[in-house]
Design a protein around this ligand. Structure first.
Ligand SMILES: [Zn+2]
Length: 282
């Protein structure tokens, strides 16, 4: 009897040891996995992003770049126009610089979401914008943007669309939208919004928005002031028309959440050193 009891006890003890060891191994594996998960940059990134997504931001540092023509300078171009022309190879050099320095181009229409924390702001944001709906932007700039997989905002004034070789067509604008770019309003006739009468303003601000939305089937929430000029009355009218973001022209890349209708943007030139100055980086 005594011997059987001893054997039974031994078996029981052995069984308990096996169970204990099994539990310890399991616990160790779980702990190991947890440590791996937390130290894995992808998982950690997701955890941090999920937290950051709920944090509103007051100031966002991001250069807003303004382009007009992307093309080679031609003899027929007036000297004054040179300021509005960036050569294709210089444009490529600028985009390469952004890529090499870890910048992430974003769409201006998403800016309110980056402020509210609804969208997570990448570390080095930059906004590429193109004014006036010029044909060279579709023919020259868009294929280069596509190669870099960079999205951009195209601010067009609606009057010359489909009516001039110098400006884009509706089909071209639709192609840009389908490729992930955004189209914003730049008025209908490209007038000075700070100088025209109160009676003329709605056709520029509301009329152009309606035309773009009807033709392109998108919601237009961004605008760029023609000539970069605006008054408090103009910014109020822009907000009342349903825009969420409005860009002017000026030096500055720190944008406050209460300045969505007076955003500064830099005129980009052919000078690479000036470009590097604007965006910063290395
Ligand atoms: Zn313009």
């Amino acid at each position: 009897m005594g011997r059987i009891k001893t054997v039974a006890t031994l078996f029981f003890a052995a069984g308990l040891t096996i169970v204990l060891v099994a539990l310890m191994v399991a616990a160790d594996t779980i702990a190991q996995q947890a440590i791996e998960a937390l130290t894995n940059p992808t998982v950690l990134g997701k955890v941090l992003s999920a937290t950051a997504a709920f944090e509103p931001i007051e100031t966002i540092q991001a250069p807003i770049l303004i382009y007009h023509h992307i093309k080679d300078f031609e003899g027929s171009d007036a000297q004054a126009d040179a300021l509005y022309i960036v050569r294709p190879q210089n444009f490529e050099q600028q985009l390469t610089y952004l890529q090499d320095n870890g910048f992430t181009p974003l769409l201006l229409r998403d800016l309110p979401d980056y402020f509210s924390g609804k969208k997570v702001l990448p570390e080095k944001p930059v906004f590429l914008t193109f004014d006036d709906g010029l044909r060279s932007q579709f023919e020259v700039a868009a294929p280069i943007l596509e190669r870099f997989d960079f999205p951009a905002t195209f601010f067009v004034f609606t009057n010359p669309i489909d009516r001039s070789d110098n400006y884009m067509t509706w089909d071209q604008l639709k192609t840009l939208v389908a490729a992930g770019h955004d189209v914003g309003s730049h008025g209908h006739y490209h007038l000075f919004w700070d100088r025209i009468s109160a009676a003329e303003l709605p056709a520029e601000i509301i009329g152009s928005k309606n035309i773009l939305e009807d033709q392109l089937g998108i919601t237009v929430v961004t605008t760029a002031y023609p000539f970069g000029e605006y008054t408090p009355a103009v910014t109020t009218a822009v907000g009342a028309a349903g825009y969420q973001v409005a860009r002017g022209i000026g030096h500055g890349k720190n944008h406050r959440s209460d300045q969505l209708f007076t955003l500064d943007g830099y005129f980009v030139t052919n000078s690479f050193s000036y470009f590097k100055n604007i965006v910063g980086g290395r």
